[in-house]
Design a protein around this ligand. Structure first.
Ligand SMILES: Cc1cc2nc3c(=O)[nH]c(=O)nc-3n(C[C@H](O)[C@H](O)[C@H](O)COP(=O)(O)OP(=O)(O)OC[C@H]3O[C@@H](n4cnc5c(N)ncnc54)[C@H](O)[C@@H]3O)c2cc1C
Length: 462
């Protein structure tokens, strides 16, 4: 069995980007495994007209290598869409376009293996390598394949999170025939018709996905009731101001990583508006739609509730023999509760990263914090030998850059530097005009400040 330099587990945008950046490197022999039959990006939220939230330069490769043949512009050129994109004059590709672009890149890489569910990573002490075992289902049943490698890169993404009252309700709903759906936004589109047919839909949660689902259902509300309940004190917009965007940077990530764990957790919660808000245009579009649909005295059966949490949920038989869901809502400021009846629920309650069970055989080699989460090093390794790496499993330790598509190529450049022992792609250490922390305070990897900003670099920085 040959030994790879890298085995990537999961092929979402982050490991696909790593595969594209590793492709031209002679000294990196890599293979990437995914349980799905092919690349698919958030199919449950592939809403018509939705755009990605980052500029097209945040593709899989450009921020690491602007000359890469796997860039979004190269995709547009080859698919004859460059001029229409140019004339469209928007930095933000359609979500469906980004998915198509990733499929275009995936089709050009011969290091991807689809239909492989990784079930275990083991360490072979004799050869000091890792053995990655994947299950492959085919006509004769399920077989197992093994890959030997020096480095393992985890790109398994995050999993839909359902708060316990809704998780229990979803289980109950799944077991009750004829009951309306209780689904996470990850499965929204596949259940949209059933949601609309239920007669009354409640969207629970804040953020972009909640707003997109509410807007999507608002157009036909009337044939069904539509309510939106969120714990957030208000429907807050995502922050896009440039000095705030400078926090999506190597030096802010280093600053955040250097903070004590409890402070990181607190700051992480406080930073929700940076990437868990709603795009301002969509907030206004929702308002304008409500205005338009209620003009001339028309009624739209909808309620929008903020600072309101779902604290309990149960299913009941309704008078019409159908299934009704009763959500107990608690208002944050009032501290009072009320019951809300509905026939279907969409949980826009986010995603969570975790330490996947496939790593159980090497748990003794993992860097974990006292909450059992990855204690990733600043350069994204999660094992004592610095040969298991995480992509997007480190939001609690690295902050807002973890799920950010625009930061993917930078992180991948750091991982490839660890794998090759050199810097195949230049790694910017500083990109911001502002400084995070105090001069001479937080250690920041070496490298100069942006041109034209005469300021004292920290101790030891060139
Ligand atoms: C609806 C939505 C829109 C988003 N839009 C943006 C945006 O516009 N801009 C932005 O910066 N971020 C955005 N994000 C955040 C983030 O960029 C995405 O979640 C991104 O998909 C994360 O990529 P990933 O590679 O970590 O994982 P994923 O895309 O989740 O892919 C993980 C892959 O791992 C595979 N896998 C998991 N376990 C195994 C296993 N055991 N064996 C084999 N394969 C496995 C899965 O099949 C999957 O293909 C969005 C998130 C969502 C939910």
């Amino acid at each position: 069995m040959s030994t790879y330099d890298v085995v990537g587990i999961g092929i979402g945008p982050f490991n696909l980007g790593l595969a594209a950046l590793a492709d031209p490197l002679e000294d990196v022999d890599a293979v990437f495994l995914d349980q799905r039959p092919g690349f698919s990006w958030h199919a449950g939220m592939m809403l018509e007209g939705a755009t990605i939230q980052v500029p097209f330069l945040a593709d899989l490769v450009t921020m690491a290598d602007p000359t890469s043949p796997y860039s979004f512009l190269a995709f547009l050129k080859e698919t004859g869409r460059l001029y229409p994109f140019y004339i469209r004059e928007s930095f933000y590709p359609l979500r469906a376009e980004y998915d198509e672009y990733c499929r275009w890149v995936a089709a050009r890489l011969d290091t991807l293996r689809w239909g492989r569910r990784v079930v275990a990573v083991e360490h072979d002490a004799a050869s000091d390598t890792y053995l990655v075992t994947a299950e492959v289902a085919d006509d004769d049943g399920v077989n197992r394949e093994q890959y030997r490698t020096r480095h393992v890169v985890l790109g398994v993404g995050t999993s839909p999170r359902l708060p316990s009252p809704l998780a229990d309700l979803a289980e109950e709903a799944a077991g009750t025939s004829g009951a309306g759906p209780v689904v996470h936004t990850a499965d929204y589109l596949s259940r949209r018709d059933a949601l609309q047919a239920s007669g009354a839909v409640t969207v629970v949660g804040s953020g972009q996905s909640a707003a997109e689902v509410y807007r999507d259902l608002l157009e036909d509300a009337g044939t069904y009731r539509l309510d939106w309940v969120t714990r957030s004190p208000r429907f807050f917009p995502m922050e896009y101001t440039k000095l705030t965007l400078e926090m999506t940077s190597p030096e802010y990530t280093a600053h955040f990583h250097g903070l004590p764990t409890e402070l990181r957790d607190l700051v992480g919660r406080e930073q929700r508006s940076l990437y868990k808000g709603i795009s301002g245009d969509l907030v206004d579009d929702i308002y304008d739609t409500l205005y338009r649909r209620t003009a001339l005295g028309r009624e739209v059966p909808t309620t929008l509730l903020t600072d309101t949490e779902v604290v309990a949920a149960r299913a009941e038989r309704a008078d019409d023999g159908g299934t009704e869901y009763v959500l107990t809502l608690r208002h944050g400021q009032l501290g009072t509760t009320a019951e809300h009846r509905t026939r279907a629920v969409v949980a826009a309650t986010g995603y969570a990263a975790g330490v996947p069970a496939l790593l159980d055989p090497v748990r003794d080699r993992l860097l974990l914090d006292d909450q059992g989460r990855f204690a990733a090093t600043q350069d994204y390794t999660v094992s004592s030998d610095a040969r298991i790496h995480t992509l997007n499993g480190e939001e609690h330790s690295h902050g807002i850059t973890a799920p950010d598509l625009g930061f993917g190529p930078w992180r991948n450049s750091v991982v490839l530097a660890k794998v090759t022992g050199r810097e195949p792609y230049p790694i910017e250490r500083r990109i911001a005009f502002q400084q995070f922390g105090l001069p001479g305070g937080m250690p920041v990897p070496d490298g100069g400040a942006p041109a034209g900003t005469a300021r004292t670099a920290p101790e030891g920085a060139r």
